[in-house]
Design a protein around this ligand. Structure first.
Ligand code: ADP
Ligand code: MG
Length: 490
C-alpha cells in the first residue's frame, strides 16, 4: 500500500506532483438539529422548520442533541479514529445574512474525533491509505436565495442549525482519481454506518478541496482551497483545472497566493473568492452557553459493539470466498448491492454468483436505469437460476432467456422451467431415443461417419434439433460416440 508511484502532471519544466487534502461536510442523519428540536427533513417549505434557537433569537439556549453526538462517534469509529472523551464547542464568529446568530457553533482546538484513516480503492484493484486529521461537529448555516425576485434576496433557515460532521483529511491524495475514490469510500462508510445519507445532489455531502503542486519528492507547495464542491465529477474537474493553473503560474515565474476559490461548473474553471482567512479572523472562543462535552468510555464501547461489518472487512471476506479484489470492491461499494450479492450467493459458487450479478443483473439494471434496490428480480430468484445452471438443470443460454422472462413478467424461475419445458435433457433414455431416430433416418451417414469421424458434429446437431435444443450437448456427444463406436478424440 502507498508504494505505487504518483500520477505526475507534465509541465514545461518537467513533471509535477499534485497534492490534495479534503475537508468534507457530511450532514448527520438525525431527525432533529444539533442544538434544537426542529426537523431536518429535506425539501420542506422555506422557513417551516426553524426554532427560536435556529433563528438566533436573543436569550435562546442551545441544548445538545445526544443522537448527533452518537452519530459523530459512530463515524469516528468507522474511520478507525481516536474518540476524544472530552471536547469543546466554540463560537466561530462571522457575519453572513444566512447566519442569524452571528456565529457558528463549531469545534476548534478540541474536536470530538481525532486521527484516523481510510483505505481507498483504485481502479486497478490497488489500495492506498488516506490519513484523517480530525472530525468535528458544527452547525450548518441557512441558505440565501438570490433567484426568486429581481429586487431582493430571501433567506431560508430550514438548514440553519442542522448538524454537520466536518471530516478533515491529511494532504495524502495525489490525483483527482484518488480524491474521488476517497469521497466514494467515505460515502460508502457513512452509508453503511447510517450516519449520513451521502446524497451529494441534496447537499448532504460536499467537499472543500485543497490543492497544491510540487516537484516530486519536494516540500509541499502553497495550497488553494476550492469551496463547496458538490459532485464527484466536479471534484475531479476542479482538481485538474486548479493543478494546471498553479503549474502555469509557477512555471511562468510567479508564486501561488494562498486563497479561497470557487469552482464554476459551467465554465469548468476555478475563480478567486477571497484571500485565505485565518483562525484569528473568526475570534474563536468556547461557547459560554454549552458545557464541555464529556463522553463515558462505556457508552463509546457500546456504540463500537453495534457497528456493522464495514466495506473493508466485507471486501476481505468476499476475497476469501474466491472473488478478485476488483469484483469484491465493486460489490461492497454499496451496502444494498453487497446484501443482494450475499443472498444471491447462498449455497452456490461465489465466483459464479458474482459473475451472474456483474454481467447479467447489473447489465440489465444499467440498461433500464434502475438501482439494485429497484431490481425487478429478487436475489432469491437469481439464486435459483444460478443453482439450476450449476446442477445442469438448465444451460447457460437458457438461463439468460429465463432471466429475461422473469425480469419482464415476474414469476418463479423453477416453476417457469417446468411449465415451459426448459429443462436441459440429460436423461440418457431420451437422448438415446433421439439418436436412434436420427440413425434410422440417415443410414448412409452412419456409413460415412465411420470413415470421417469429424461428421460426428453433424450427428450432434441433428440430435439437438430432435430434442428441441434442450439436450445437454456433452451428454449427446458421449452417447453418440458410444453408439457409433467412434474414437475419443473425434
Ligand atoms: P488550516 O489550519 O488552515 O485549516 P490545515 O493544515 O488544517 O489548514 O489543512 C486544511 C486542509 O488542507 C486539510 O485537508 C489538509 O490536508 C489540506 N492541506 C494542507 N496543506 C496542504 C497542501 N500543501 N496541499 C494540499 N492540501 C493541503
Ligand atoms: Mg485546520
Amino acid at each position: 500500500m502507498n508504494t505505487r508511484p504518483s500520477k505526475l502532471v507534465k509541465g514545461q519544466t518537467g513533471e509535477w506532483e499534485v497534492v490534495i487534502g479534503l475537508e468534507v461536510h457530511a450532514q448527520v442523519l438525525s431527525k432533529s438539529k444539533l442544538f434544537s428540536g426542529a426537523s431536518t427533513e429535506f425539501g420542506a417549505e422555506p422557513n417551516s422548520q426553524v426554532s427560536f434557537v435556529d433563528a438566533g433569537m436573543p436569550g435562546m439556549l442551545p441544548v445538545i442533541n445526544e443522537k448527533c453526538v452518537e452519530q459523530a462517534v459512530r463515524t469516528g469509529l468507522g474511520l478507525k479514529a481516536k474518540i476524544n472523551l472530552f471536547s469543546i464547542f466554540d463560537r466561530k464568529n462571522y457575519f453572513y445574512p444566512d447566519l442569524p446568530q452571528g456565529y457558528q457553533i463549531s469545534q476548534y482546538k478540541n474536536p470530538i474525533v481525532g486521527e484516523g484513516e481510510v483505505t481507498i480503492d483504485l481502479k486497478d484493484g490497488e489500495s492506498r491509505l488516506v490519513g484523517i486529521e480530525r472530525l468535528h461537529l458544527e452547525q450548518d448555516a441557512g441558505k440565501s436565495l438570490h433567484d426568486q425576485n429581481p429586487d431582493s434576496s430571501y433567506v431560508d433557515l430550514n438548514r440553519s442549525g442542522i448538524a454537520l460532521m466536518e471530516i478533515v483529511t491529511r494532504p495524502d491524495m495525489r490525483s483527482s482519481e484518488e480524491a474521488a475514490a476517497f469521497l466514494r469510500k467515505l460515502r460508502a462508510i457513512v452509508r453503511y454506518l447510517g450516519t449520513c445519507d451521502g446524497n451529494m445532489d441534496e447537499g448532504s455531502m460536499r467537499a472543500d478541496v485543497n490543492v497544491s503542486v510540487r516537484k516530486p519528492g519536494g516540500p509541499l507547495g502553497t495550497r488553494c482551497e476550492i469551496k463547496n464542491v458538490n459532485s464527484m465529477r466536479f471534484i475531479a474537474q476542479a482538481v485538474e483545472y486548479e493543478a494546471r493553473r498553479q503549474i502555469d503560474i509557477i512555471e511562468g515565474g510567479g508564486t501561488i497566493r494562498q486563497e479561497t476559490r470557487l469552482f464554476d461548473s459551467r465554465l469548468n474553471e476555478t475563480r478567486s473568492m477571497r484571500s485565505k482567512e485565518e483562525a484569528h479572523d473568526y475570534r474563536y472562543f468556547p461557547d459560554p452557553d454549552l458545557l464541555p462535552l464529556e463522553l463515558d468510555a462505556n457508552w463509546v464501547a457500546e456504540i463500537e459493539k453495534s457497528l456493522p461489518e464495514l466495506p473493508d472487512a466485507k471486501k476481505a471476506r468476499f476475497m476469501g470466498l474466491g472473488l478478485s479484489a476488483y469484483d469484491a470492491s465493486v460489490l461492497v461499494a454499496e451496502r444494498d448491492l453487497a446484501d443482494y450479492y450475499e443472498d444471491l450467493a447462498k449455497g452456490v459458487d461465489a465466483k459464479a454468483a458474482a459473475n451472474w450479478l456483474n454481467n447479467e443483473i447489473l447489465g440489465r439494471l444499467n440498461r433500464d436505469g434502475l438501482s439494485i434496490s429497484q431490481a425487478p428480480v429478487s436475489a432469491a430468484a437469481n439464486n435459483a437460476i444460478v443453482a439450476m445452471i450449476s446442477d445442469k438443470t438448465i444451460s447457460g443460454k437458457i438461463a439468460k432467456d429465463l432471466l429475461d422472462i422473469v425480469w419482464s413478467d415476474g414469476g418463479d424461475p423453477r416453476a417457469i422451467v417446468e411449465a415451459r419445458g426448459l429443462r436441459q435433457v440429460t436423461d440418457t433414455g431420451a437422448i438415446d431415443a433421439a439418436i436412434e431416430a436420427v440413425i434410422a433416418a440417415n443410414p448412409d451417414k452412419v456409413e460415412d461417419v465411420k470413415a470421417k469421424p469429424k461428421l460426428a458434429a453433424w450427428f450432434v446437431g441433428q440430435v439437438m434439433k430432435q430434442t428441441g435444443g434442450k439436450a445437454n450437448p456433452a451428454a449427446v456427444n458421449a452417447a453418440l460416440k458410444l453408439r457409433l463406436n467412434l474414437p475419443d478424440e473425434g
